[in-house]
Design a protein around this ligand. Structure first.
Ligand code: CP
Length: 339
């Protein structure tokens, strides 16, 4: 067994054995869930557990995938999505709100517009009598660690027959400056050998210096370009991101030239036949819907992978990973390996 998980705040603490185990766990449990007997076994894993989904910042897939991952494992869920429906409107502080959630549940999954609030919640948990694990489901412009984990799973699965993630050239395109998904994913690349990153963005939305310093310190090769067409032929994977318009203060996103930073059927011709295209979604004009039909488009699978990886994360936190591996060993019928 790889190390334990408790709070999941950023991607720094993840090592290769833990990533490999999470990927294996994800594949095993989604296989088990495909048969009625397996689904029932999974439902009986955590019937005593309760989760709080605190999402004052909007979300579709992270919220739904965590909610459904909990239900797959028998975990009951509560939610606050609109702070106007909570006692925050009466002036209750963030710390008191989180402490209150922890009185009723066994894990808190939270997305906030502010960077650092998940870490603050975790620090609070570490001081109180009934602490519960905190999972960061997106914090400001800074971190989205569970997205990065499902991204790693998607990359590893896509390259399973080609030596895995090691040695691949991964492009990241779009609003890299304000995109927490790419920042978190960069934090996991150190776990793979000889990966090269290519940051493709207009200068005003280039990757921030703190991430580049981190990559320098880890000896990870990266280069920067604003020419997508030139970069495409050398990539094994292209991770596309949208403009993070919600952070605009003076319409900065209007400066984005989508003609130069978008994929369509014509630009896809420049990508290798066995390359993949990823996107954390939701998308804007940066990927034409015609690309959806291309077998290299991996973003809908990536989205589906999210629920299973989040279920694996919950299983690790509740230390039930051995149960999954023994269920598989017991010969419980597994469904077909999903695409
Ligand atoms: N990828 C992602 O975080 O999507 P949502 O904002 O819909 O949760």
């Amino acid at each position: 067994m790889a190390g334990h998980l408790y709070h999941v705040l950023d991607t720094r603490g993840f090592d290769r054995p833990l990533l490999d185990e999470l990927c294996e766990l994800t594949t095993r449990l989604r296989g088990i869930a495909k048969s009625p007997e397996g689904a029932r076994e999974l439902q009986n894993l955590l019937p005593q557990a309760r989760a709080m989904l605190y999402f004052p910042q909007p979300s579709t897939r992270t919220f739904l995938s965590f909610n459904n991952a909990c239900h797959v494992l028998g975990i009951r869920t509560s939610e606050i999505r609109d702070p106007a429906t909570s006692s925050e409107v009466k002036g209750e502080s963030f710390d008191d709100s989180i402490r209150t959630f922890s009185s009723y549940v066994d894990v808190i999954v939270m997305r906030t517009p502010e960077a650092g609030f998940a870490a603050r919640a975790a620090a609070l948990m570490d001081r109180i009598a009934r602490p519960v694990p905190i999972i960061n489901a997106g914090s400001g412009k800074d971190q989205h660690p569970t997205q990065a984990l499902l991204d790693i799973y998607t990359l590893a699965r896509s390259f399973a027959l080609r030596g895995g993630i090691d040695g691949k050239v991964i492009g990241m395109m779009g609003d890299l400056k304000r995109g927490r998904t790419v920042r978190s994913l960069c934090g996991l690349i150190k776990n793979y050998r000889d990966v090269e990153l290519v940051f493709i963005a207009p200068k005003q939305f280039a990757m921030e210096g703190d991430i580049k310093l981190q990559l320098d310190a880890q000896g990870i090769r990266y280069r920067e370009t604003s020419r997508l067409a030139d970069a495409l032929p050398g990539l094994d994977a292209l991770y596309v991101t949208r403009m993070q318009t919600e952070w605009d203060t003076a319409g900065e996103s209007r400066a984005m030239d989508y003609g130069q930073f978008s994929l369509n059927s014509a630009t896809m011709k420049r990508l290798k036949p066995d390359a993949i295209v990823m996107h954390p979604l939701p998308r804007g004009p940066e990927i034409d819907t015609a690309v959806d039909e291309d077998p290299r488009a991996m973003y809908w699978r990536q989205e589906r992978n999210g629920m299973w990886m989040r279920a694996a994360i919950l299983l690790k936190i509740f230390r039930l990973e051995d149960r999954i591996f023994s269920l598989a060993a017991e010969g419980l019928p597994e469904g077909p390996d999903p695409p």
